[in-house]
Design a protein around this ligand. Sequence first.
Ligand SMILES: *[C@@H]1O[C@H](CO)[C@@H](O)[C@H](O)[C@H]1NC(C)=O
Ligand SMILES: *[C@@H]1O[C@H](CO)[C@@H](O)[C@H](O)[C@H]1NC(C)=O
Ligand SMILES: *[C@@H]1O[C@H](CO)[C@@H](O)[C@H](O)[C@H]1NC(C)=O
Length: 486
Amino acid sequence: MKSWPFWAFPLTIQSLAVPLSEKPAALAPDVEVTRLTQKPKGDFREYQHSVLENGLRVVNIWDPNTTQAAVSLAVTVGSFSDPKGFDGLAHLLEHSMFLGSKGFPQRSGFDAWLAQHGGSSNAYTAEEQTVYYASVNSKALEECLERYADIFEAPLFNASWIWDEVQAVNSEHNKNRKSQEWRIQSLIGQMAVAESPAQRFHTGNLETLRRTDQESLAKEIRQFFNTHYCPPRMRLVTFGSASLESQLEQAMASFGKMSREGQGCEALAPTWAAGPPPFPSSTLRQMLRMQGLTPKPELHLVFPMTNLQPWVRSNPTAYLEHILLYAGGGSLLLAWRDQLGVASSLAVSQEDSSAGSKIIVSMALLPEGVERLPELFEAFFAFVGRARARTREQKLAVLGSLQESAQLGYDWAALQEASRAASQMANDMTKLAASDLLVAENLILDPDVDKIDRLLERLRPEGMLAILVDAANSSFWRRSPEDARS
Ligand SMILES: *[C@@H]1O[C@H](CO)[C@@H](O)[C@H](O)[C@H]1NC(C)=O
Ligand SMILES: *[C@@H]1O[C@H](CO)[C@@H](O)[C@H](O)[C@H]1NC(C)=O
Ligand SMILES: *[C@@H]1O[C@H](CO)[C@@H](O)[C@H](O)[C@H]1NC(C)=O
């Protein structure tokens, strides 16, 4: 199944929750329903957020034009919660969900049914989320929801089928190893301290998942499911051409009665906010050299810091990205490319988890760049120093124009296709308040120069892990991603 898009920079959206004047008559009295009215100008879809009595949060999306419907379910647990001795268990559980359920016991029966109804299904396991999604032709949404609900209510977890499924997980790991992006992420993970979940092996393979016997593995899977897959930790999204009211009724009919009472379900998601920071200063101010899979050299400057997710409404990284990517006079890119001849392109990404965030400044190096890294670093930190030294008024002016261009991009962004729109929403629902859905990640809602200053403050050589990726078999090598990750 798909891996998490590590490099996707989360420029996102915001929404104002407005209570509906009247609830659909068929709804139970204590279902809270709000319309999400703050959305892009070019978005004719309609969105509605509800909290069901069992704690499940639901967003229904109405698209009158669509022929494709979609459903997505996100759970607030991921590979950070892998039990000791079972690296990759959250991921294996993600695979094991589709090996038959009580009402539909056929192995992979859901996928077979979807194929007959113009759809398909996929999922990914991230550090603190697991997101499932499926598309199906519009007419079949109701039946799709029934089947989906049965899977999340009563999966079979047949021990010998789970044991077999480890092969699929292992193949995925073997495929990942040929991905440069994964190798870089893996190397960064290995630099974290041993006590941090960031240091662990998240995909899993034969070695980490077949340490015990079939029955023990199945027991571990069921235990993990019972502990974490509870309705208050699930987010359901439906997408289709049926009215919002009818989609909500279908969601309630299928998922509304789900309950995990008496099964040891933990209603609150685990957090690593109080744990040891994954990248204390002893792990930083280092340069690693990694053998790349292509001859094109790259440089990644990794700056670990405290979790930036709570700052999502201010989005200070958008400011950083804006000044770094600005290509006019006095810009960093001009200096690097035209004056120094060291780098040809630049990208900024942000990755968040409760354990901490990372800002990663990545660049494609020109061949000469590899030999001239000291100059490149000097130019970078001098540029950041100048950015830091700008007055508050100067920063506010830049922020103002950035806010406007973010608004334009937000209002006229292309609409995502059904299953992408549903899975993106489900993922956002694990991180954002209902009122911030559709808006918080794409706009700068609370412009805040202090947060920008605090971010710029973190961009210093002593807070950096630099990774040079090139074709050379270098003496800088510490461990290869494959060797270290069995
Ligand atoms: C989609 O539906 C809206 C509202 O009914 C309509 O205004 C719009 O023209 C439709 N767009 C397409 C591409 O059919
Ligand atoms: C699991 O599947 C196997 C192989 O199809 C079957 O023989 C076995 O009875 C199943 N186990 C359970 C507990 O249903
Ligand atoms: C790369 O370097 C290591 C250690 O210096 C050496 O053992 C290995 O043979 C080298 N590989 C290649 C392809 O040169």
